[in-house]
Design a protein around this ligand. Structure first.
Ligand code: 13P
Ligand code: SF4
Length: 305
């Protein structure tokens, strides 16, 4: 099995070079996928890398909205997904029509949308944000009276508390992060009394309230590297634990809940990556009119942070 994997890895490496491709991998991907990454990161980091890479071909290992974001930022590059069916259920909870209706009910509001949205929804936004910069983006809108913040109601709750702003929200959430319950954190804290608790802002508010730090996945990676703590309880999708352990061999990481698995993030495998490199499939391309409007919201975000 190990041999079969190294043969696959070699083939991926060779073909990647031949195709002038770069493999971008989200922090929640399977270990075998993280192991063939050129870059691992969170939504913001991967978008930035997609925008500035010299490679002609981007193999995006994550979920659909992330590959779309890469395509929006780099229309001259080919973006392919080893499994195009890897979607984000939270992103699917808000359509462009839903957002247009919400905007018509609040015509004066500035519209901020989480990167976990479709390209059509991004085209309706004034500002995009990620879990890394959501607070900074809302703080930058001090002169605006009304702010619509979609789609994640729990990220919105965290941002509202942090910024002291009242936000107009939408009823969407991440089905993976809500599986982490306050009793899970309580139990893990009992088992590991010296561990720091780090959680993602997509978690339920009572879970967020129990955290020592509320962080995006790459902020967690940074925190884990820099903290003096030797143990951490991690409240996010379990895939991140592999990266944390690999990057910090002297530290211990405990998932707040083993149930926090995003099935879509697990659809990509090494075999599918090789197939996508061989066949140059499946391409993700955003139509130009939508792309141009969506890009404005992403560019405004990148100007803030
Ligand atoms: P990050 O941007 O923190 O990696 O989060 C992306 C995501 O989908 C969280 O569920
Ligand atoms: Fe979407 Fe949640 Fe999966 Fe992230 S973990 S991709 S928000 S369903």
């Amino acid at each position: 099995m190990v041999k079969a994997r190294s043969v696959l890895e070699e083939k991926i490496k060779e073909l990647k070079k031949k195709r002038n491709a770069v493999i971008l991998v989200h922090n929640y991907q399977l270990p075998e996928v993280q192991d063939v990454a050129d870059f691992r990161g969170d939504s913001l980091e991967l978008s930035r890398i997609a925008a500035k890479t010299e490679a002609k071909l981007i193999v995006f290992c994550g979920v659909y909205f992330m590959a779309e974001t890469a395509s929006i930022l780099s229309p001259e590059k080919t973006v392919i997904m080893p499994d195009k069916h890897a979607g984000c259920p939270m992103a699917n909870m808000l359509t462009a029509d839903d957002l247009r209706k919400l905007k018509s009910e609040h015509p004066k509001a500035v519209v901020v949308g989480y990167v976990n949205t479709s390209a059509e929804v991004k085209a309706e936004l004034d500002y995009c944000c990620t879990s890394t910069n959501a607070v900074a983006v809302v703080n930058a809108l001090k002169d605006r009276e009304e702010i619509i913040f979609v789609p994640d109601k729990y990220l919105a709750d965290f941002v509202a508390k942090k910024t002291g702003r009242q936000l107009i929200t939408w009823n969407a959430f991440c089905p993976t992060h809500i599986k982490i319950l306050p009793e899970d954190v309580k139990r893990e804290k009992k088992f590991h009394p010296f561990a720091k608790v780090i959680v993602h802002p997509e978690c339920l508010p009572p879970v967020v309230a129990m955290a020592d730090a509320v962080l995006s996945t790459s902020q967690m990676a940074k925190f884990a590297r820099e903290t003096e703590a030797k143990e951490m309880i991690v409240g996010t999708e379990v895939g991140l634990i592999y990266r944390l352990k690999k990057d910090n061999p002297g530290k211990e990481f405990y998932p707040a809940s083993e149930r926090a698995v995003c099935p879509n993030m697990k659809r990509t495998t090494q075999e599918k990556i090789l197939w996508s490199l061989e066949e140059l499939k499946e391409e993700v391309k955003v139509p130009d009119d939508i792309r141009k409007r969506a890009k404005k919201a992403i560019d405004r975000m990148l100007e803030i942070i």
